[in-house]
Design a protein around this ligand. Sequence first.
Ligand code: NAD
Length: 356
Amino acid sequence: MDELIKAWDGECVIVSHDRPSGAWIFIAIHSTKLGPAIGGTRMKHYSELKDALEDAQRLAAGMTYKWAAAGLRGGGGKAVIALDHPLDQQERASLLRRYGTLVRKHRGLFLTGPDLGTSSEDMDIIAQEAPSLVFGRTLEAGGGGNPAPFTARGIFTALETTAQRLFGKGGLSGKKILVQGAGSVGRELIHLLQGCGCEVLFSDIEEETVRLHRNEKGLSFVPPEAVYETACDIFAPCAVGGVLNEESIPRLRCRAVVGGANNQLAAPEDARRLQDRGVLYAPDFVANSGGAIALIGIETRGWSREEAMRRVVKAVRDNLEAIYRTADHEGISTDEAARRLAQRRIDEGAPENEDS
Ligand code: NAD
């Protein structure tokens, strides 16, 4: 693990062992150049502890770019709570309270919100110990609630923008979209896609989710092992990171990849691999920025939910159009174009996106 920390280009990692639960906590601070780091708290089991640290570091770097690309004044950070064993409700709540105390002790450095394995209800618990340092609390507790509908709306906008570029005026209508992962974000996205006349295919690994979408919603199910070979117009990864890699990219049979999962590229070279195969890639930290933009706007700038939705659509569409244009003009990958856009805003001090 010391090698991972030494090799990282971020600012620091807070490491804590929670003795009562056996969990490890990593808070990775990638950059505070634009303000305190803001990023979600992921809670899950990892087979190796170093994978948890690496996850925190990669996700934190993604947040630096996400805030900058969105034109918002936030630094990049992410927390991972690596569970040692499954916890009952009470143990879990106690762990979250101790984690809240840890966040409070580092006030000014890191603010957090929900991510994989944590919910708005969990944020309410953390906020008891770390008031004003938590986004995405429940609506009842005065927070912005579940960010997934905003994230999904942003991904849907990215799909529309990409379809317009690839297929012209008809856009998404009648196009075959394969959604990998029908969880909080995927479920909302599927709903939006069905509403605009797309043919939606989905894949998931949870029996109950598969049953619901296949039997009750009548969607075509693609088994997880057949996802990459399945012909579709656009592939939308909304499950886990690292799905675009040396092994999967040659198997893809789609014109574009536009989804919500964080860190979809396993390695930076995968952006070029997609480009060489003629697959248009919507950089994940732009396509999935809707939830983050909305929570910040609702909770710190007084936006209504309608206002937040409007700003999410505009931010994702404008950014993605600019990224596709730059990639075309300069012959670089869309991922590189997105990073340049974000880096420019970091260097300029990221003017707030107030006019969006
Ligand atoms: P979730 O846990 O609610 O849903 C994930 C779904 O993916 C689950 O149904 C799970 O069974 C399924 N899944 C896991 N592995 C799979 C596989 N190999 N093949 C097919 N399905 C698989 O999570 P979520 O909140 O919907 O987030 C999904 C992704 O989007 C994550 O990568 C997350 O980091 C990212 N993201 C989420 C938000 C948000 O607002 N929730 C915001 C930005 C990014």
